[in-house]
Design a protein around this ligand. Structure first.
Ligand code: IFM
Length: 448
């Protein structure tokens, strides 16, 4: 008997987008197939100590070869959309050198989605920069932004007749902070000044790619997917409140403000001093060109305290005791998603919002009966969908939800230790098993 708070598909509008999401490097494997060249993640993962279990995405879920089975699995869920990403190092083997075999793969994949009744939602950058571009300065070089526009142009010329929904970048914050300041993601650099310049080039590349997509795909719906966090202060002291404001400035507003025409937030611009990025005339207009939707990747809230001298903004994240957490240690807070959506609705002209990622890692085990029982993930999903209904009832224009992820996969610096899939993957045999949460999502989507 469903509890009164268990959401039903019928509670959402009939045209709501229901999906699941993946990304190229996390699932494809086949890193040398058909002319693919190395990405920064191949190079980073090869360095000792970078990945928790010493692994890489070299094989991952072998999705490059097993994609028909994986799309069948997605169809079994009953999703009407499938979010995937396109590996830039499959499509260009050097600056200006197109690899048509790489594009052929994505054409087969997109046709496979359409044949199964799923709308393709293509992400252009989910962190696998070609290594040849890193060697020319990576995202720290302005030329990478123009190279990205060439990539967007080539992909959209080939797939634009079939792909309407485009996400330029996935979670620029991670590229900027994890990749270039904390050094825990590829390319593993630790330079705050560089990180902010990277952030500017990533946003600029979004604006340039948007132009290419508009030119090539008149019916395109274009947005980007930001990882955003609701924040609260550890105490109501003025110092903790101000620290929360600063954290919001870099975590959320640093990306949202320029995208919605406000330029970089001045409080943070002042606070970072000489680390502020070089911004050329016209850049901010390009970045603020109208988009068609905002993708929100929602995982967890954060609690912030003032900590003079700590980090670049003099603050720290406080681990709250006694809160429910995923295996990753992330606080579970469906209400946080409602707060975040209401804040976006209030503060920014985002247009329609899609939850482009939401999900959780737990310690999944394949049982002797061949089942994977993951009641926590099932509850997580149900509670976040119920929260979406509350956000909609409060006036938030949320039009879709993509579960992260279809498959257990290469979880970046955590390797294969963290499982987020609706389907369990046995990485020895490549067997896929729909978890109980996946079966629940399928029942939900099939309206039972
Ligand atoms: O696996 C990642 C994904 O690539 C980006 N968003 C967060 C997920 C879970 O960490």
């Amino acid at each position: 008997m469903p509890s009164p708070s268990t959401p039903r598909r019928a509670d959402f509008p009939a045209d709501f987008i229901w999906g699941c999401a993946t990304s190229s490097y996390q699932i494809e494997g086949a890193v040398t197939a058909d002319g693919r060249v190395p990405s920064i993640w191949d190079v980073f993962a090869a360095q000792p100590g970078t990945i928790r279990d010493g692994s890489s995405g070299a094989v991952a879920c072998d999705h490059y070869h097993r994609w028909p089975e994986d799309l069948d699995l997605a169809r079994q869920l009953g999703v009407n959309a499938y979010r995937f990403s396109i590996a830039w190092p499959r499509v260009f083997s050097a600056r200006g050198r197109l690899n048509t075999a790489g594009l052929d793969f994505y054409e087969r994949l997109v046709d496979g989605m359409l044949a199964r009744g799923m709308r393709p939602w293509a992400t252009l950058y989910h962190w696998d920069l070609p290594q040849f571009l890193q060697e020319q300065g990576g995202w720290g070089a302005r030329s990478t932004a123009t190279a990205f526009a060439e990539f967007a142009d080539a992909v959209s010329r080939r797939l634009g007749d079939r792909v309407q929904h485009w996400i330029t970048h996935n979670e620029p914050w991670c590229t900027v902070i994890h990749g270039h300041y904390e050094g825990i993601h590829a390319p593993g650099l630790r330079d705050f000044r560089l990180a902010l310049q990277v952030g500017h080039h990533v946003l600029l590349s979004h604006g340039l790619a948007l132009q290419a997509l508009r030119r090539n795909v008149p019916q395109a719906r274009v947005g980007l997917a930001l990882s955003l966090h609701p924040l609260r202060a550890a105490t109501d002291s003025a110092a903790d409140q101000a620290a929360t404001q600063r954290h919001d400035g870099l975590r959320n507003r640093w990306f949202l403000d320029p995208l919605y025409g406000r330029g970089y937030p001045q409080d943070i611009w002042q606070a970072v001093g000489a680390a502020a990025p070089e911004v050329r005339a016209g850049d901010l207009d390009l970045i603020a060109a109208p988009t068609d939707f905002l993708g929100v990747n929602y995982y967890f809230p954060e609690v912030v305290a003032d900590a003079p001298g700590q980090g670049v903004l003099g603050l720290r994240i406080v681990e709250q005791a006694g809160v429910e957490r995923t295996a990753f240690g992330w606080e579970v807070s469906p209400d946080g998603m409602v707060d975040l959506l209401q804040r976006l609705q209030r503060d920014y002209p985002t247009g329609p919002i899609y939850i482009t990622e939401n999900g959780a890692s737990f310690e999944d085990r394949l049982g002797p009966d061949g089942r994977v029982d993951d009641p926590q993930r099932q509850a997580y999903l149900a509670r976040h969908l119920a929260a979406l209904l509350r956000a909609r009832a409060a006036g938030c224009d949320v039009r879709g939800f993509f579960a992260w992820s279809l498959l257990d996969n290469f979880e970046w610096a955590q390797g294969y230790v963290r499982r987020f899939g609706l389907a369990y993957v046995d990485f020895q045999t490549q067997q896929r098993v729909l978890k109980a949460s996946g079966q629940w999502y399928a029942q939900f989507l099939h309206g039972r």
